[in-house]
Design a protein around this ligand. Structure first.
Ligand code: DAH
Length: 340
């Protein structure tokens, strides 16, 4: 009988050692320690044995059950560790691998142009002003020497909200607002912002675009100051040696009015496809603040003069980066936006 028990114990041991997974181990355990195990079966037949055998067999069975129990526990530890190791191995991270490029956003190129210009003007002692995009006809036109019915209002087809309210067609109304607020004190401001016109969108027109307005008011201000200022700005923006030239033009709020060209920053002025062969690129409108505008805003035009300018942000960004369609700025195609 004892040898039978030993045989059972050895089978149990073998099965336990054979188990490759916890599941297989539990199966072996229930086979040899469960209610229907061979040892249990022998226990059930104890009545048939004499007292001595009963005692011996009983002891052995208990001893072997203990043994098997311990073997199971040992094997379980081994298998559990193996399982953890396997998992660790399969989930291992090679920290020396190059990292994936995380795509972070970047500033819009128009924002960058504005920030670049703001930096330049701040360095020259200008303040940054702001005004509303929904603007009163009063500031957008009337106080800029464009009374109702003035033919030059046609230069800027407008989105009217009601007869006295519209989406500003330029940043120039901020001139009038700033002059009223400054109550006769000298002014040096730039104002960047969105403007709106009833244009059909195409490669060079957009119903919404951006400008940066500039206004300087003080005593003894002349066209020379305007020219010097713009020369310095465009040298900073487009590189050393850039020259500016003035061509006569017309804006109702300036007298005289000029259109300003900068010497081509691609070819240096000898002529290329960017400047269409003439060496100069038109960049903005400007002029000396019209005496009517000064007077309307409470500045004595006999004592004070001013210059003003309006830069098209899209236009100079397109020139600087060789962009040929203004709509690119607003389509929000990441392939375009990511380039800058
Ligand atoms: N407001 C003008 C426009 O949108 C641009 C402009 C021209 C602004 C001359 C000025 C200026 O301040 O002096 O067409």
């Amino acid at each position: 009988m004892i040898s039978k028990l030993i045989e059972i114990r050895d089978q149990a041991r073998a099965k336990i050692l054979e188990a490759k997974t916890i599941q297989e181990l539990y199966e072996a355990k229930s086979l040899y320690l469960g209610k229907k195990s061979p040892l249990q079966e022998i226990l059930g037949k104890m009545r048939e044995f004499n007292a001595d055998t009963k005692k011996e067999v009983g002891q052995k069975i208990n001893e072997f059950k203990d043994m098997i129990e311990k073997e199971v526990a040992k094997r379980q530890e081994v298998l559990a560790l193996a399982e953890v190791n396997k998992k660790l191995e399969s989930e291992a991270i090679d920290v020396t691998l190059p990292a994936k490029n995380i795509k972070v956003g970047n500033l819009h190129i128009l924002t960058k142009t504005i920030e670049e210009l703001e930096e330049i003007f701040l360095g020259m002692g200008y303040n940054i002003a702001e005004g509303p995009e929904v603007e009163e006809d009063l500031y957008n036109f009337e106080m800029l020497n464009l009374p109702k019915g003035h033919p030059a209002r046609d230069m800027q087809d407008s989105f009217y909200i009601n007869p006295s309210l519209l989406l500003r067609t330029h940043t120039s109304p901020v001139q009038a607002r700033t002059m009223l607020e400054s109550k006769g004190k000298p002014i040096k401001i730039v104002c960047p912002g969105k403007v709106y016109r009833r244009d059909d969108d195409d490669a060079t027109h957009s119903h919404q675009f951006m400008q940066l307005e500039g206004l300087v008011v003080g005593e003894n201000i002349s066209m020379a100051d305007l020219k010097g200022t713009l020369s310095a700005v465009f040298e900073e923006m487009f590189g050393d040696g850039r020259k500016v030239r003035f061509r006569p033009s017309y804006f109702p709020f300036t007298e005289p009015s000029v259109e300003v060209d900068v010497s081509c920053f691609k070819c240096g002025g000898v002529g290329c496809n960017l400047c269409k062969g003439n060496g100069w690129i038109e960049v903005l409108g400007a002029g000396m603040v019209h005496p009517n505008v000064l007077d309307m805003a409470g500045y004595d035009s006999k004592k004070y003069q001013g210059f003003a300018f309006g830069i098209g942000i899209e236009r100079i960004t397109m020139l600087k980066h060789g962009i040929d369609d203004i709509r690119n700025f607003y389509i929000n195609d990441p392939r375009f936006l990511r380039q800058f």
